[in-house]
Design a protein around this ligand. Structure first.
Ligand code: SF4
Length: 515
């Protein structure tokens, strides 16, 4: 079992830090499709640079290392109880070494267990089979994309697409709608797994199962092969683009599975996965516990050399129409009101992290630091303390901002905050507050946890550690931290614009295709 535990540790580290070959190829294809000099191209350049940095540093690709889910097939006679113990020990070790963020939270008290263990965490599912080896697959799926999963009960009415009936064409509409409703919030460009049939839980299970298929495989069921091909061809016409900035690459993969259902129910379940598609697998020798083969290793390997350094990416934009503006907080209202949607900003100086717990806290308490003119970063970083008690950032990309919508506007006004950085955009309440108060929303590149960790030059303090590492308020000194203004103080929102134009484009797919 000791050897098996080591094998599981290696699998966890590899999954968290290195994208599999098929996923890399899909990202490389997206990069070719995107027009140079656009914000979407800059986002993809950042993503590619981030993947490269994660490879080199053996550090998490994204700071949200998700809910670890293991799918295991074992020969008859293998001791599953001991295997579970070894997997849990490997998870604890990987968390301690900064390869996984402590992500397991008590649903009632909100307390983080600190070691990624908890009731139902990690998810470990066993199945017996007749082969003589063990097959272990692992997926680390983060919250941003998990929250964009969606389930349809046919027949139904769909925004932009009209009625979706209980047939292949109705399924087609649901899948297109699933891509539309995700916008950039699940860190597009993404991959989707679709489950047709089953009940509410087995439908989602089947959808997630599809994510374990290689991106380049061909569906053996002819109708589904055609549907997958159709979706890949047409979903990218919605123009949502990387991070929802608009652009050519919205979907990187679509895999569809089917199972029986009962006559009264017809579910189409869609599991959305971000570009940071961290799933890996190994074959294990049941006698020794050794890895005998790594899975998802077929085909060409794309080695993402740092094609564009960060400065060069911004410089490429400068040559186009995009304004690139340097910001050093504290920011004045006048400075912020000059910023417009579409501007790219490079921040140097202090920023302060704050996510769900901090926002809730700040509603009823004073801030532990003076936030006047400052920037709040929606981020739950992976942090490690060295022997001298100094904190180091291991991964620090943005988290989904919309969760802070109930609080954000009030907090900006209460403390004089001038900018928030996050991903996926915010709603009408925040947009109104930005207008009244003089603030901006800055969209960082979701999942680019290594890229942003590299921009953080020092950790100058931390408050409210009682909320746990991801939720504490970290004081970070950054240099050339790049983000895009997607909501400004003049009532403009790129998120609203892209959503509106993609809804219009969705309508072109209203007519039946599969009779
Ligand atoms: S890339 Fe985005 S959606 Fe994916 S895990 Fe990271 S933050 Fe979440």
């Amino acid at each position: 079992m000791e050897k098996f535990q080591q094998s599981m540790y290696d699998l966890i580290v590899e999954t968290s830090t290195k994208l599999p070959k098929d996923v890399r190829r899909a990202i490389a294809r997206a990069k070719v499709r995107e027009n140079a000099g656009t914000r979407a191209a800059m986002a993809l350049d950042t993503i590619v640079g981030n993947i490269q940095m994660a490879d080199e540093n053996v550090s998490p690709i994204c700071q949200d290392t998700g809910l670890p889910t293991f799918k295991i097939k074992v020969p008859v006679g293998v001791n599953q109880i001991e295997m579970k113990k070894a997997i849990r020990a490997a998870i604890v070790e990987a968390t301690k070494n900064g390869k996984l963020r402590p992500n397991s939270v008590d649903s009632l008290t909100g307390k983080n267990s600190g070691d990624n263990l908890g009731e139902g965490v990690p998810v470990i599912k066993f199945e017996q089979w007749e082969n003589d080896y063990i097959d272990v697959r692992l997926i680390l799926k983060g919250g941003g994309c998990e929250n964009k999963n969606i389930q349809y009960s046919l027949p139904c009415e769909l925004e932009g697409l009209g009625r979706a009936g209980r047939d292949l064409d109705g399924i087609r509409k649901c899948i297109l709608h699933a891509v539309y409703q995700a916008q950039g919030q699940g860190c597009s460009a993404g991959f989707i797994g679709v489950g047709i049939g089953g009940d509410r839980s087995s439908g989602y299970e089947l959808a997630k199962e599809q994510l374990f298929r290689p991106v380049d495989d061909v569906n053996p069921i002819e109708e589904l092969r055609q549907l997958e091909e159709y979706i890949m061809e047409n979903a990218n016409k919605l123009g949502i683009g990387t991070m929802g900035f608009g652009g050519e690459s919205t979907l990187l993969g679509c895999k569809i599975g089917v199972m029986h259902r009962i006559p009264a129910s017809f579910f189409v379940s869609v599991a959305y996965n971000c570009w940071a598609f961290r799933r890996m697998g190994v074959k294990i020798d049941p006698q020794t516990g050794d890895i005998i083969e790594w899975l998802y290793q077929d085909g060409e390997d794309v080695d993402f050399a740092k094609e564009l350094e960060k400065a060069e990416a911004a410089a490429a934009l400068e040559q186009g129409d995009t304004r690139v503006i340097d910001l050093v907080p504290p920011l004045s209202e006048e400075q912020v009101r000059k910023l417009r949607v579409g501007d790219v900003v490079r921040i140097s100086g202090m920023i302060y992290t704050g996510r769900d717990a901090i926002h809730k806290y700040l509603m009823d308490h004073d801030a532990p630091v003076d936030l006047n003119g400052q920037i709040i970063y929606h981020c739950g970083p992976v942090m490690l303390k060295d022997e001298d008690g100094r904190w180091h950032v291991k991964a620090a990309g943005p988290t989904t901002s919309i969760r802070e919508e109930p609080y954000q506007g009030d907090i900006m006004k209460k403390f004089g905050v001038r900018a928030v950085i996050g991903k996926g955009g915010m709603g009408a309440k925040t947009l109104q507050a930005l207008k009244e108060h003089g603030g901006v929303y800055l969209n960082a590149i979701g999942g680019a946890a290594q890229y942003y960790a590299d921009c953080i030059k020092s950790v100058e303090g931390v408050d409210l550690m009682e909320f746990g590492i991801p939720e504490a308020m970290w004081h970070l000194r950054v240099e050339n931290f790049t983000a895009v203004v997607t909501m400004d103080s003049h009532g403009n929102s790129l998120h609203e614009d892209v959503e509106k134009s993609s809804l219009e484009k969705l309508a072109q797919f209203k007519e039946p295709v599969f009779k």
